[in-house]
Structures are given as C-alpha cells and as structure tokens.
Design a protein around this ligand. Structure first.
Ligand code: ARG
Length: 510
C-alpha cells in the first residue's frame, strides 16, 4: 500500500521506521475532531467555490459516513496510514473516489493536526474544569459544616494559632479558584483557529478562515500562518496550570496523610479510600492520598517533557511537535482522576472534633492572643508583650504545665510584673473566643469564614455558568457543522445551507 504522500518515493518505509513514527493509539482519541475539522474545511472550500458543489456533496457524504462509523466505534485506524489524518483521507477516497482527493486542497497536515489538537484539548480543559468545580463544591460544603469546628493551625508544622476547620478548607477553596482561573486562561489561548495556515505560509486559494472558525466553534482566527503551525505554548500553559493544580492537591493529600496518623489523630480516612497491609493486620493505610501526592511528580514530568520538546525547535512544523499530544492527554487524565480522588476522600473523611479542640487549647497556641491582649489592656508595646509571654511560656514548660493552668499562669505573670485576674486570663485564652475575634479580612472568625464561603460559592457559580456557555457554544458549532453537511448532502447549495447564521463578520483575529 503506497503512502498518500508517496509520489516521490521509490522504496516503501522500513517497518521499524513506521512503528517508530506512527501515532494511531494517540490519534484515535481525536478521530471525531479530525472528521469535524474535515467537514468544516470542505464546507469552506465549497462556499469559496474552490471545489464544486458536486464534489463537496460527495466529500461530505463520505465524511458523514465516516463520522457515523466513528461514533459507533466501527471506524478502524490502520497503522500503515501512520496517523488519523491519512486514515480518514484514504477511507474517504476509497468511498467517494476522485472527489476525496480534493479535500486536502488549501490544507496541510501541519494546520490540520494542530486544529484537531486544539479542538480536542479544549474539550479536555472543560472536563478538568468540571471536576475541579465539583471538588470546590465539596470543599465549600465541608467549610460550611466546620465553621465552628475548632482546631489548631500550624506554621513549620508546629502549633501556631487556633483556627476553625472551615477556615482551613476555605484556604483550599481560594487556592483552587486560581487553578480554575488558570484553566480558563489556558482555554482562551487554546480555542483559536489555526486552520488555513496551510503548510506555513497561507495559500493562494481564496479561502475564508472565518467559516472554519465559526463551524469549529473557535473564538477567533489564529492569524499568522507560520505561528499557527509552529506554536504549542497553549499546551505548555495547560500543563503548567495542571502542574500547579496537582501541587495544590498534593498539599491536601499530605495533610490528610499526617492528620490521620495515630500521633495527630484528628481525622480518619474512610475505609473506602484506604488500603490494608499484606502482613500487618492492624494497618489502614492512606494509599489514595499517598498516590495523589506521588502522582504530582508525573504532572511536573509531563510539563518538563513538553517544554524540553519545544526548546529549540525552529519555526515551521517539525516532527518533534507530534510529541505534544501524549503529555496533554495524560496530563488531563491525571488531573481528572486526581480531582475525583481528592473529592472522594474529603466527602468521606471523618473528623475527630474533640481531638481537634483538645489540640487547639494545648501547647500554647493561644500565646499570641495573650500578647495581643496585653497590648490592648495594658497599652504596652507589642515587642514587650511578646517578651513577657515568651518568658511565661518558658516558665510553664519548665514546670511541665501549659496555658490551660490559668492559676499558675496568673502567678507567673505577676512575677513578670503584669497583674491580671484569673477571670480575665480565662476569658482571653478561651480558644472559641480567640478564633471568633480574628475578624480582620480573611481571618478565621466565623463571620469571615462564612463570608468567604458565600463569596466562593458566587465565584464558583460564575465559573460554572461560563463553562456551561462554552460547552454550549462548542456543542452548537458541532451541531451546525452536521446540519450544514447534511443539508448539502441532501442537495442544498452550500451558501443556503450556511444560512441562517451565515458567515460571522467582522473577522476576529487573535
Ligand atoms: N501525525 C503528525 C503529528 O501528530 C501530523 C503529521 C504532520 N506531519 C507532516 N509531515 N507534516 O504531528
């Protein structure tokens, strides 16, 4: 079987060279995107009178057949044809004869492949966004449930200050909101139309790139031909966003791993998200959280893989660029499964509120509050209060005691020249009061956490509406392309078939 590009070749390709270069498995994921791209390109060729109405009808008849087979999982990609593009074109020509050979007019695989990749990638981005939104909803519900659950916050993994567990959860809500924004930004740079760049320099055929842009649901024409076939920075932006997202998820995983230790004992992972040991009957290991933590390395690796591929590739299509797709596909799968794992773990997590409350009161987590109180009540400089409370802590530790021993603390403070009553001290050191008094913007007080939950929900709703609108516009573009193709096959002239939406104008270029 001769390659479709084989005119200037006298020898067939070496089987090892073919095996080394074919991309059937990777490309099979974008089979339907390739068919859609070809339908849109063919309609444009017909509308611009670059192919005749008759040829267009035949081309679209064949493409709609292929589309149907692909949807039913019956379209088999043949390795000899190396990639999805050559497979579709060969099948088309096999079915409709010479007209099929006109489909590739004013098109190159260089603009074709990156069109397919962008169409497929934008779908993956929206799938990731949807999963991230679901995780955010779970975190917001968790935060709401735990606005009054008192625990201890850490710096350097040492007891720092009392906080609410809801406050902890809203930190992740805000972190992940930035991940969501990064994904939307990645979507925006992805969803532009490179089709029409040709091999690199445009074409002398009178094409209209607005038509394929509209039919393929792109937001704009990616203007420059050489840039369009050369650039993969959209993929680097996505993988960068995913690497950061995974690093945030791995923090949650890490916290759940050590919070569920016997030593912390503040949470218990559900059995459904834990695994046992083959030798130690008592073990319940947080394997899913550990895997989430560990797989973050893969996300970084995928970003590095792509960036290294892009480094130093000159402008123009270079075969190196074929290697862009595996990291994108794998990165998306990794993110989606990791988001699902994080969501499941949080939904089923058991919180030991008594243990958390106990830790919040113990080990001097309220010491800052005492210093702050002396600033307010005795009008002393903060540094002076810091020193006094530091001495108090040191004395209490030496006596094997803590701030919970209010009577002793009062005596020691007296020795340090500060006269406070036990009642005053008890009131100042009450962790619930401490938490609720931190009402500065972004503080741990109930009213601030509640406000942040409400604001987070509103932002998430807006993201979700944006996602629904984007999905709907892609769906509508896909439906319109099919409608136009079917109308042409049924005998309507292509210009009429393109009505009532017509061709968008003016041209949006990005
Ligand atoms: N399969 C190739 C890729 O994924 C597309 C083919 C472009 N090849 C070419 N020689 N122009 O990048």
């Amino acid at each position: 079987m001769k390659n479709l590009w084989g005119g200037r070749f006298r020898e067939p390709m070496d089987p090892t060279a073919l095996a080394y270069s074919e991309t059937i498995a990777v490309d099979s994921e974008m089979l339907l995107d390739d068919v859609w791209g070809s339908e849109a390109h063919a309609i444009m060729l017909g509308a611009c009178r670059i192919v005749t109405g008759d040829d267009l009808r035949q081309i679209l008849t064949g493409l709609l057949d292929i589309e149907r087979e692909a949807r039913e999982g019956r379209f088999v990609l043949n390795v000899e044809d190396e990639d999805v593009h050559m497979n579709v074109e060969r099948h088309l020509t096999g079915r409709v004869g010479a007209a099929g050979g006109r489909l590739h007019t004013a098109r190159s695989r260089n603009d074709q492949v990156i069109t397919d990749t962008r169409v497929h990638t934008r779908g993956l981005i929206m799938d990731i966004e949807a999963e991230l939104i679901e995780l955010q909803k779970v975190l917001l519900a968790f935060a709401e449930r735990h606005v009054d659950t008192i625990t201890v916050g850490y710096t350097h993994t040492q007891h720092a200050q009392p906080i609410s567990l809801g406050f902890w959860a809203t930190a992740y809500v805000q972190m992940l909101m930035r991940d969501l924004t990064r994904l939307v930004q990645a979507y925006e740079v992805t969803n532009v139309n490179p089709l029409g760049a040709g091999a690199m320099s445009g074409t002398a055929f009178p094409i209209d790139r607005r038509i394929t842009t509209a039919l393929l649901g792109f937001d704009a024409v990616q203007e420059h031909g050489l840039d369009a076939v050369s650039s993969r920075d959209f993929a680097a932006q996505l993988l960068g966003a995913l690497a950061i997202l995974m690093s945030n998820l791995s923090k949650i995983a890490e916290e759940l791993v050590y919070w569920s230790t016997y030593e912390y004992g503040t949470v218990q992972m559900s059995d459904a998200f834990s695994m046992g040991s083959s030798i130690m009957p008592q073990k319940k290991n947080p394997c899913i959280a550990e895997l989430l933590r560990g797989r973050t390395g893969r996300a970084y690796g995928l970003l590095m893989e792509l960036l290294t591929n892009l480094k130093g590739t000159p402008t123009g299509y270079n075969r190196d660029l074929q290697e862009d797709k595996p990291p994108i596909w794998q990165g998306a799968r990794l993110a989606i499964s990791s988001l699902g794992a994080a969501r499941g773990m949080l939904q089923t997590l058991r919180v030991d509120e008594a243990r958390m409350r106990q830790l919040a009161g113990a080990n001097f987590a309220t010491a800052t509050e005492l210093a702050d109180h002396l600033v307010r009540a005795r009008d002393l400089p903060f540094r002076e209060c810091h020193r006094i409370v530091g001495r108090l802590v040191s004395e209490l530790i030496a006596a094997g005691s803590s701030l919970e021993d209010v009577a002793r603390a009062r005596v020691l403070l007296g020795d340090l020249g500060v006269d406070v009553s036990e009642d005053e001290l008890r009131d100042v050191l009450a962790v619930e009061r401490v938490v609720d008094s931190h009402r500065s913007t972004g503080g741990t007080a109930r009213e601030e956490v509640t406000r942040m939950v409400v604001a987070g929900r509103a932002r998430l709703d807006a993201h979700e509406q944006g996602l629904v609108a984007r999905r709907e516009s892609v769906r509508a573009a896909r439906a319109r392309t099919s409608r136009v193709a079917e109308a042409v096959v049924a005998g309507r002239p292509v210009h009429e078939a393109l009505e009532p939406d017509g061709v968008p104008s003016p041209e949006v270029v990005r």
